[in-house]
Design a protein around this ligand. Structure first.
Ligand code: GGG
Length: 354
């Protein structure tokens, strides 16, 4: 009997509400073509609208509702005009990542044909790498506090947390990924000169985990020069592994060098499949363009392809990527790509090419 995949579809905030329907349109087209059964549960919480009505981002039973899902397909979070960003993020997306132990955030970066590259002289093929971001600890903690708040003696402390368990599992995932690729090269993002306890330790964990992967070449780079090389020498990179904050920054910078962050997808993975994994664009809710139907839907659509790949449907993933590739060459294109098409036009064009 054909398996029916249960997918939670959560638009969230801002342009998440505009790009998610295009992602669903393409998933429906590809599921028809390949006979994949997808059953969507549409969820209006994990949004700032829900917060305004209830005073919290999600209902108390959110975990029970999402746990039975095979995957979560998520738009964007954040509407700072009504809810502080740290409240909306910690109240939704970061809860999913932590409580569903989605410790890998996989973020591909690729220059496509038909997309003008802001880096002079770069061709498709020159930029093609994967950022593997640690997704459950590191610099993203709420450990700390304020002392003497509101006075001239105000002191703020926020801790970063790195565990051997957490570092080793993301490093292992990155080495495995690098080992499967043609170039077998892993860049470890670090800052072991300045962050003199945690980062030399992170480097030593990379050395220890790397013992099991002798065919993978390793290059440790300080985050400052690494960001410069993303711009100046992007061809150096194959797989890049980074802590939570470093990975977040690298995975916005990388897509910016490929023309637009509107293309960049991501997968928040629990590789053991004990919990649902979550698939979302790298971009946020973009309040500055929300309501105009001009957001690029490709990041959302590509995230859907990554979801089907994770669920075991490589053929459906490839079909979506081919439809994206053709659309980027032939159009229609949204304004971030130099075109005049709407989100809906571009989503429809990709769905029609499946
Ligand atoms: N679709 C992704 C999204 O809404 N991102 C908002 C954001 O700021 N995320 C922070 C993070 O990924 O760490």
């Amino acid at each position: 009997m054909t398996k029916t995949y249960k997918i939670a579809a959560i638009p969230g905030d801002g342009i998440g509400k505009e790009v998610l329907p295009e992602g669903l349109r393409v998933l429906e087209a590809v599921s028809r073509r390949f006979g994949i059964q997808l059953e969507f549960t549409h969820i209006d919480w994990a949004s700032c609208d829900y917060y305004q009505k209830t005073g919290q981002m999600m209902p108390d039973d959110w975990r029970a509702q999402l746990q039975p899902m095979d995957a979560i397909y998520f738009g964007a979070v954040g509407w700072p005009a009504s809810v502080p960003d740290h409240v909306s993020l910690w109240g939704s997306l970061l809860k999913f990542r932590r409580e569903f132990d989605q410790y890998i955030n996989l973020r591909p970066v690729r220059l496509f044909e038909g997309v003008p590259c802001p880096l002079a002289g770069r061709q498709p093929g020159d930029i093609d790498y994967l950022v593997v971001r640690e997704n459950t600890e590191g610099e993203y903690t709420n450990l700390g506090g304020v002392m003497y708040g509101g006075t001239d003696r105000e002191i703020v402390i926020q801790e970063s947390v790195y565990s051997r368990f957490g570092a080793d599992r993301v490093l292992k995932y990155a080495f495995e990924l690098a080992q499967q690729r043609d170039r077998r090269h892993l860049t470890v993002a670090t800052k072991s000169n300045g962050i003199a306890i945690a980062m030399p330790w992170w480097d030593s964990r990379a050395d220890a985990v790397g013992q099991a992967y002798p065919s993978v070449t390793v290059d440790k780079q300080h985050i400052d020069i690494l960001t410069a090389r993303f711009v100046l020498q992007p061809g150096r990179f194959d797989v890049v592994v980074a802590s939570n904050l470093f990975g977040d920054i690298l995975s916005d910078l990388g897509p910016a060098t490929t023309g637009t962050i509107g293309l960049a997808p991501s997968a928040n993975l629990n590789p053991e499949r004990s919990f649902p994994s979550l698939f979302e664009p790298v971009h946020g809710s973009a309040p500055d363009i929300y309501g105009r139907n001009i957001a690029n839907p490709v990041a959302m659509i590509w995230s859907g392809a990554m979801m089907l790949q994770f669920l075991g449907h490589e053929d459906a993933h490839d079909a979506i990527l081919q439809a994206i590739e053709r659309t980027l060459i032939e159009g229609p294109r949204t304004p971030d790509l130099g075109g005049t098409a709407s989100t809906t036009d571009m989503g429809r064009a990709i769905a029609e090419r499946i």
